[in-house]
Design a protein around this ligand. Structure first.
Ligand SMILES: [Zn+2]
Length: 187
């Protein structure tokens, strides 16, 4: 079956909307993927759609090593938990989030949450949160005129000096220097 416009669109956007419902065989590589696979987007004429992994495998496709459509854990309760935590980290990064607080919201022990999250994503919630905060800080520094203190608050730091030290450790340059670099590139 050929991909519908809608399905191909989710592949372009790496959306997980049809994951588990459709499997996409890539004729040029002989690999079968979830539609949201982050590998290089195949040309549309090279995509062959299946409604089960078994059909695709029977047709000669091998499961992708990257998106692991053959991995039964992907849509497991653990993955759901990690997904829920990621949602909180992304939408509430300006709040003083802690492992204890996240665990309380999800009704589980901090130890248990930490272990599950790390197993699914490869990072601890604290590390993941820091990366999300630094990404947003980079964006605000490069694209806005907000003062450093304001940027710090928006990404969850109460003190701008603590923010500056952390930013420098992560980005290699101070927030001020980073902004100047980006500003120069923009002119
Ligand atoms: Zn894949």
């Amino acid at each position: 079956m050929e991909p519908s416009d809608e399905l191909y669109e989710t592949m372009v956007k790496r959306s997980a909307r049809f994951d588990g419902r459709y499997y996409v065989g890539i004729v040029s590589t002989g690999i079968v993927c979830f539609p949201s696979c982050r590998s290089r987007l195949p040309k549309r004429e090279n995509v062959c759609v299946y409604s089960s992994l078994e059909e695709a495998v029977q047709a000669g496709f091998r499961p992708c090593k990257r998106c692991r459509p053959d991995h039964p854990d992907r849509h497991s309760p653990d993955a759901e938990i990690a997904h829920g935590v990621m949602g909180i980290l992304h939408t509430r990064l300006e709040e003083p989030l802690t492992l204890t607080l996240l665990a309380a919201e999800l009704n589980m022990s901090p130890y248990h949450l930490q272990r599950i999250f790390k197993r699914v994503t490869g990072l601890s919630p604290a590390r993941q949160l820091l990366m999300i905060r630094m990404d947003k800080a980079r964006r605000l520094l490069a694209e806005s005129d907000q003062e450093i203190g304001e940027v710090a608050r928006e990404v969850g730091f109460r003190s701008s000096s603590h923010f500056s030290v952390t930013f420098k450790k992560e980005a290699g340059v101070s927030p001020q220097a980073y902004r100047i670099q980006k500003g120069d590139l923009r002119e």
